[in-house]
Structure formats: C-alpha cells, structure tokens
Write a protein that binds this ligand. Structure first.
Ligand code: PHE
Length: 488
C-alpha cells in the first residue's frame, strides 16, 4: 500500500506540516467569510455552533484526514483507494477522494475572486484610492471595484497565475517559510486593530454581538452554515489537509498537530471578528452587509487610526498572502493526482489545472457584473459554488470519511496510523463513529427540511445531546477499547 513511499516528498518535520496546514486553514475563511457570515446569521449563537462544530466535527475529521493521507501516501483518490484495499474493503470508497478533489477545485474557483478583492484593495491602499471616503463611499467603492469585468478579472487572473506558479514548483518551497512570518504578522495586525477598536467605540457592542447568544437568532440554515464553515475554515473534505497529510513524516504526532492548527485557526477567526465588528458598530453599519463586509468597513478604520495607511497596506499584504497559502492547498490534490497518475510533470499539471480553473473562475467573477442577472433559484454562479461546497459536499465528504475510518477500515490500521494515547484514541473513535456523523446528519436533515421538527429553535437541546453523547463516549470507552482488541 505504500509503494511510492520512498519517493514521496515530505515536510521538513512536524513543524513544516503545522506551518503548511495552518497556512491552508487560515485564510479568507477566517477574515472575510467568518465575520460576514456571523453578521448574516445573527452573531453569538452562530459563533457558538461554529465552535462546537470545530471541536466535535472538525478536529476528529481533521485527524482522520491526516491519518488517511499519511497511510495512503497520495492524493485523496489514491490514498483512499490504498487504505481501503489494505483493509480489504471496496475501492468504491475512493469516490470520496474524487468528491474532495472536485470540492477543492470548486472552492478555488470562487476563492480567487475574493483573493482578487484583497489584492485590489492592497492596490487601493497603496495608491491612495480609499483616502477620505465616508461610509457610503465605501459601499460605492466596493461596487465600482466589481463593476468592471476586465479589472476584476485581471485581479483574479493574477491570483490564479500566482497560485499555479507556486504549486508548479512543489509543496515545500516557500510555503513553510512564508507562513512562518505571515501568521505572526497577521496576528500582530489583528491585535493592532482590536486595540484600536477598544479605544474608538463599538467594542462593547462587538463583544456582545459575537459572544452573547441569542438562541432565537439562529435558524436551521444558520446551523448548517456554521457547520459548513467549520469544514471550510479547517480546509477539510476538500483534498487539502488529506494531501498535505500525505507528506507528513511517520514520527509526527497527528493529535498534537491537529490541535495546533485548529487552535491557531479559531483564534485568528475570533480575532478577526473582534477587529471588524467594532468598526461596523462605531460607523453605524449593518452587520449583515454580505460578502463585502470587511472591504467596506476596515478601510474606514485605517483612515482614522494613526499610521493607518501603513497598517492598511500591511494588513492587505497579509490577507493576500494568507489567501495564497490557502489557495495553493486547494489545488494540491488535483495537481499531485495528475502528476502521480497521468505521467505529466508538476508544472504541466499545474498549468493544465490553471487553465480550466481560469475559465470557471471567470464565470464566477462575472456574477458581480455582466452576469448579475444570471441566477438560478436566486443564486449567482459564485454563490452556487460556495453553497454546493460548504453546505453539501464538505459535510457529506466529512460524514463519509468519519464513517470510513470509524466503521469500514480495519481498526488496527487506523489505530497504528493515529498512534494516540489509548484514552484519546477511544474519544476520537467515539467522535468519528457517533458524534460527528450524528451532528452532520441532524443539521442536514434539519436544514434541508426533511423532517417536520425545526431543530433550529431547539439548538440548545442539540448541543446538550451532543455533550451527553460525548460524555457517554468517555464512559463507554474502556468497553469500546476492549471490543476492538477482541475483534482484531
Ligand atoms: N481554510 C481556508 C480558509 O479559511 C479555505 C480552504 C478551504 C482551504 C478548503 C483549502 C481547502 O480560507
């Protein structure tokens, strides 16, 4: 099952993987998407469900994906095929790998547009295009930025080309080093803005909005959005983490690396919320202003704070970098699959993928101008790419991986690969067997309206049930362990 192991590149150690995976996880999802979704779905209750999903669904599934990648030493399709073959199970499970690969590709198709916004705003900061603008001007500037398909397309094309150049060169060069300074830089920038927010008004309101939970503001749809976002922000079920895991050296600890990445990712998202919402409230803006939220609000703060232009430039540099270290991870699965199976070089695979990507992302980009009327069921192409991936494909893919690792594969193989202390292993097993699948199914069934009960209004119960199940898992874990020992 590990036929190509000796030739497969590896990270420079546990730290190399942590940096690359953090680079993948921390991106526009944390700084652009998390705040605007929190604004759209009502604040604290959304944040709570999101955090619960990170813990109960995201972390166990991330461990699973890293283990699958390292065991199978390949892109999602190959890795999953190898591990199921090793366990003597149907290779049909590799469909999960196909879906993940497609999902990463679809995400990138709209992600490059948003990353293009970040580059465009960097340029506006540098060239002074935002100076002296009022709240209303900001909305107009964002609109004008999107109105011209040629300039907007040029920015997303730039991101596509940059991504493909980096991916074509191979995973290690540059990624580890750039994340090493980008992450601390981003944290410092967010801290500067949080401190500014503390002194310029709106901070109390922001804290309240983010952390006071008002159960009634959370719809079933909001729950699905929160869960989908947990997958998105941790780069799960989209080929990224699994493929990165395939380069992880044997001796690295999967448990510790996962926790490090998940904690870093969550902290950055919460900090982004604390940096952005004070500006929103202090300027009397609406939290539910949609995907333009950070672009319409943050420049207001940069205008008002001391050294604002410098901070603004630094911020958009960091954001663009964070977007790039995520975007390269989205195509890594496709490119490594092509290079491993189709006899093409990495470079050729990257450019081939880039051309297809460019066509699809151009269609996504047109949603903001020429194609403003091209909608299906009220959604643009851009929205559909986001919706299909975050709300359907990632949760379904995650469900598949949890069931695969929890029930289908030989438990000894999974256990060896995870190499966790017994108690933690039992907890992980309980999560992937019961808690994550159950959470995904309940939220799905609820949001798609498949049953008459609207859990959205009773989410507290749901959290409670999950907690009880988790505790029960701890209690029955010795039994689980015994049953595993006898069944192998
Ligand atoms: N996690 C990235 C972010 O938050 C997005 C991403 C999704 C990256 C899927 C890779 C795969 O920006």
């Amino acid at each position: 099952m590990t036929t190509n192991e000796p030739s497969r590149t590896q990270w420079l150690g546990r730290w190399g993987f942590v940096l690359a995976a953090t680079g993948s996880a921390v991106g526009l999802g944390n700084i652009w998407k998390f705040p605007y979704m929190t604004g759209e779905y009502g604040g604290g209750a959304f944040v709570l469900v999101y955090l619960a999903c990170i813990l109960c669904v995201g972390v166990p599934i991330m461990m699973t994906e890293i283990a699958l990648g390292r065991r199978g030493r390949g892109s999602p399709i190959d890795a999953i095929r190898r591990v199921v073959t090793e366990s003597g199970r149907s290779s049909g499970w590799s469909l999960l790998g196909w879906m993940a690969m497609l999902c990463g590709f679809m995400i990138l198709s709209f992600y490059v547009v948003v990353a293009g916004w970040s580059f465009a705003y960097l340029w506006k900061m540098v060239s002074g295009g935002l100076a002296g603008s009022s709240v209303d001007d900001m909305a107009a500037i964002f609109g004008a930025n999107n109105a011209n398909p040629f300039t907007l397309g040029a920015w997303s094309t730039l991101v596509t080309v940059a991504t493909m150049v980096i991916v074509g060169k191979g995973v290690q060069q540059g990624i580890e080093r750039s994340v090493g300074w980008m992450m601390p830089g981003m944290v410092v920038m967010l801290l500067v803005m949080i401190i500014y927010g503390m002194f310029s008004g709106g901070f109390g309101q922001a804290v309240n909005f983010l952390f006071a939970f008002n159960a009634s503001s959370l719809s079933s749809e909001g729950m699905l959005a929160a869960m989908g976002h947990a997958f998105f922000t941790l780069s799960l079920a989209s080929g990224a983490i699994l493929t990165y895991g395939s380069y992880l050296p044997r001796r690295a600890s999967i448990g510790r690396t996962t926790l490090t990445v998940a904690i870093a990712d969550t902290l950055v998202a919460l900090m982004a919320g604390l940096a952005i919402f004070p500006v929103i409230f202090a300027n009397g803006m609406e939290p539910n202003s949609g995907p333009g939220l950070i672009f319409m609000s943050l420049p207001l703060a940069f205008q008002a704070m001391p050294l604002g232009t410098l901070f603004g430039i630094l911020f958009f540099i960091m954001l663009s970098m964070a977007a790039l270290t995520s975007s390269i991870s989205m195509v890594e699965a496709t490119v490594s699959w092509l290079a491993d199976n189709k006899g093409v070089s990495r470079k050729a695979a990257a450019w081939g993928t880039g051309i297809v990507l460019w066509v699809i992302s151009t269609l996504a980009m047109l949603s903001f101008n020429v194609g403003a009327d091209w909608t299906l069921a009220g959604k643009h192409f851009f929205d559909w790419l986001d919706y299909l991936t975050s709300r359907l494909m990632m949760p379904l893919g995650g469900l598949g991986m949890a069931l695969l690792a929890g029930f289908v594969l030989k438990s000894q193989a999974v256990k060896d690969e995870l190499n966790l202390p017994a108690g933690i292993y039992a907890l992980w097993l309980f999560m992937v067997r019961y808690v994550s699948p159950l959470a995904i199914l309940v939220i799905f069934v609820d949001a798609l309206g498949l049953v008459a009960v609207d859990f959205g209004a009773h989410w507290l119960w749901l959290v409670l049930i999950l907690l009880v199940l988790t505790l029960a898992g701890e209690l029955v874990s010795p039994r689980l362990r015994r049953s595993l020992q006898t069944s192998d």
